[in-house]
Structure formats: structure tokens, C-alpha cells
Design a protein around this ligand. Sequence first.
Ligand code: UDP
Length: 247
Amino acid sequence: MLAVPHTVDVAGCAVGALDRAAWAAHLARCVAAGPGHHHVSLNAAKWRAMQRAAPLRRAVRAAPSVAAAGAGIRAAARWLGRPLPGRATGCDLAHDLLARAADAGWPVALLGAAPDVVDAVAARWRGVGVDVAYARCGYFAPDEERGVARAIAEAAPALLLVATGTPRAELFVARWAPVLQVPLAMGVGGAFDVMAGRTPRAPDGVGAAGLEWAWRLAHAPRARFRRAVLGSAGFAAAIARGDRLPP
Ligand code: UDP
């Protein structure tokens, strides 16, 4: 387990001060360093969920690396006078690491999303030479978790991508790490839906301009739109008030 060389405090959460390329390189070193590295992608919604839920807070704080995944976290860091050099979403890093997995021969486990989605993602990456040693959908009962963790451990992946959403992904990795014994495990949100072409991805220029949130909002269903607007406003207000995550 390797520590991130430089972190900044974003309202009570230590966030790695790395850009996307540096994160991909760091996480590749983590794969080589042996079991137990948990990587978390932090956005405003997750920060707010951490404010409310102690188990998620504990799981994220125990993770040795946390990346700024959203424009909101970068804006907050700037506002707090500790700017971050870039951002890296779970989806970006999943792409970068799967591309490396093909060259490096890392066995990979994919957990999450609907059955046809995870199967499509597994087929896509197998098609470019990735050894997908395990693939399972993300819909299972809490009492099945132990069996899922054991099956992943048996497949002995170098990299585990968990696309079950927050907080399920973070809590699953934190709870089952001793069974999993995976070098690198990370939550990747809705990345499988994007990879399978079920969720449209913002064009590159939009992401680079830090406007992916606006693009996603414009394409979101009405309920999600409402939640996202209220969530972002709530996060901005919390940061402006000087709120920090509870201990
Ligand atoms: N999902 C899952 N199991 C569940 C609930 C959700 O595998 O019990 C999947 C869902 O199919 C989708 C992803 O988790 O692919 C959620 O993506 P989202 O972008 O909402 O993730 P978040 O932003 O919450 O991390």
C-alpha cells in the first residue's frame, strides 16, 4: 500500500494533489506493491453523503488514496486556497487502468451494474486482451456479500473495479478487504454503464473545461436533475459556511 506523495485538505478529507496521468501512474505502482490499496473518487455528492454517514466517512478516511473526481471538489479546494492540479474520475481511471491491464497482463475483476451491462463490459475488454478473471452484476443481497468477496479472492485479480454506486462500493471494499486481498480496489460509480454505451459520455472538450457536470445535468432525467442541482447548491453552501466533515 503506497501513500499519495502530496495531499490537500478539502473540508475534512485528504485529497491527492495529482492530475489524471499522475493518478494512473501512481495506481499502477500500487498494483505492483501488494494487497490492500483502496482508491476512492470523491465528488460533491459523496462529500455530502460522508457528512451524513459515519460508516462512509470511516471507509473513505481509511482509504490510502482519494482523488478529486468532480469539478465541485476542485472548486472547493480553490476556494479554500489549496488548489488541486487536476481531476480524475473513476470512469477515467478505470479506462486508463484497464488499458494498462492488457499490456501488463493483470487479471481484472469487474463487479457492478446490471447483468447485461457487466457482461458487455467484460466482453469489450477481453476483446482487447484483458484477462477478465471475474465479472458479476451489482445486484445481490447483503447476506451474499461474503460469497461474492470469496469468489473474487479465488479469481485473484490484480485490480477490482466496483461499479455498485455510493456508498455500496466503498463499504464493500472497506468491509471485505481482508478477504479480497486485492492489490488495488476502486469504486467506479456508473463507469460500466458508460463503457457499455448505456450512458452517454460528455465530449472531451466539455470535460477538459470542467463543465462535465453541466453537460450531465442537461442530459439527466428530471428527478436526477433536481437532486443534482440541490446537491451542488448544498455542497457550495456548506463550503462557503466553512463546514468540515465531522471527525
Ligand atoms: N448499481 C449496482 N447495484 C446496486 C445499485 C446500483 O450495481 O445495488 C449500479 C448501477 O447499475 C449503476 C451504478 O451502480 O451502474 C451507479 O452509478 P452512479 O453513477 O449512480 O454511481 P455513484 O455516483 O452513486 O457512485
